[in-house]
Design a protein around this ligand. Sequence first.
Ligand code: NAP
Length: 483
Amino acid sequence: MSRKPSIAIVGGGFGGVGAATMLRRQGYEDVVVFEKGERVGGVWHHNTYPGAACDIPSHLYEFSFAPNSWSRRYAPQAEIQRYVEGVARRFGVLGKVRTGTEVKAAAWNEERGCWRIETSVGAHEADLLLTACGQLSVPKVPPIDGLESFAGPAFHTAEWRHDVDVAGRRVAVIGTGCSAIQVVPAIQPLAAQIDLYQRSPGWTFPKMDHEYSPRARALFKRFPILHRLDRAAIYAGQELGTAALTSQGWLRPFARAVGRRQINSAIADPELRRKLTPTDEIGCKRIMLTDDWYPALNQPNVELVAERIEAVTADGIRDATGAERPAEVIVLATGFASHDFVAPMEIAGRGGRTLAAEWGEVPRAYLGLTVPGFPNLFLLYGPNTNGGTGSVVNTLECGIGHVLAALDEMESRGAERIEVRREAAERFDRELRTALKGTVWQTGCTNWYVDEDGNDPSNWPWLWGTYRRRTQRLAPGAYDLVH
Ligand code: NAP
């Protein structure tokens, strides 16, 4: 290909903005980002529930090429949203984003060697297609009997109704995952009563969040090496956590001791302590970082209901013991449909075969990025690139680095098309599934990583350093390049 290829990106969150920026920095100007929302930001634009904040220290939850002066160790949602928009503006890619444009489908045109992309406002063609849809963008509404019959407002944390005032009202919160542990402490001082419906408890760690003093911020700015050192230290800590969750199970008892100590020192009531202490292995569900969850649960206007929900009625929730608690507002902190990846968008590769057909029961991709039969397609934060620790922003940068390596290779070989070889993808998948068997996510608990049949299409079973190493160049023989 003599000209630089045209590139279409689906999704304007960290992935889409990061890809457009890194591509532009390498001279790729013919780039368009389709974003169905009204602004860039992805999950950070959509998740505006009270208390929403990052649970990875911000010095690692930022692009390595755009360090930021954060207000706190764990930045709140609005600050992260401003950061993503700021990066898009500063690196000149905001103009490449088409907001309010949903991609419905994309099909590979074999004859013309390009992707035809159907959007809500018309068709578009591009040589390369990158999906950056995230894994946590589609809210999951639980199949609870009678939910639709509830008379008051009921909404998901990711679709927070800011027009609904929770002050002085009885609020039922369903779910006790990462979103719930942030929202409950934020609304507890306002609500008259919070009934918190827990299906199974999760382990927590102290977050030790704090503001950065003006002096600390000035030092980070004056001596960027300090910022980089802090980032490196956070990264090392995350890698230790990743080792504990994947191959180094002997580390888990130490982690469990920290989690148990947090519960025991915060909760005096033995019955509440019992309900809150998980019985499953630490890390099987995502470990939640918090300083204010247990103090909120100690408040007299919060009740932890550990019985199964039987049904939602017009004005409350009935549990399995038959007890019914009145509610005026229901908050669904029930997580996301995370296993569909690019859905509901339909992607058809060579011969019209769809990604859904190629995947069957379990989504899979070589390094989470490429799928045989789908030339010039890269899935950012695709199958098996999540983890119990580590920064998704770092993962995305690695994935985008792989796209840049592929583009370099195409340019140097004069190729117009790149496609992962089926043998390479299958070999990688076998290696991945074997490694997953030894991870904590397979120890039997409910988590959003593993499906009902025990398949894990979500998580990376090795260190993040391994992901960086494997993505930074194309392994010999992994890809076919076509002139
Ligand atoms: P989640 O971790 O999947 O938690 C969902 C909660 O809802 C769990 O407690 C689950 O119970 C419960 N639940 C699901 N279906 C239910 C049902 N039918 N009946 C009763 N309870 C039900 O979802 P999330 O809290 O939204 O977090 C998802 C992920 O988003 C996190 O793991 C994290 O990666 C990310 N996140 C990050 C941040 C951050 O960085 N600040 C904040 C929020 C979320 P079980 O545990 O029994 O399944």
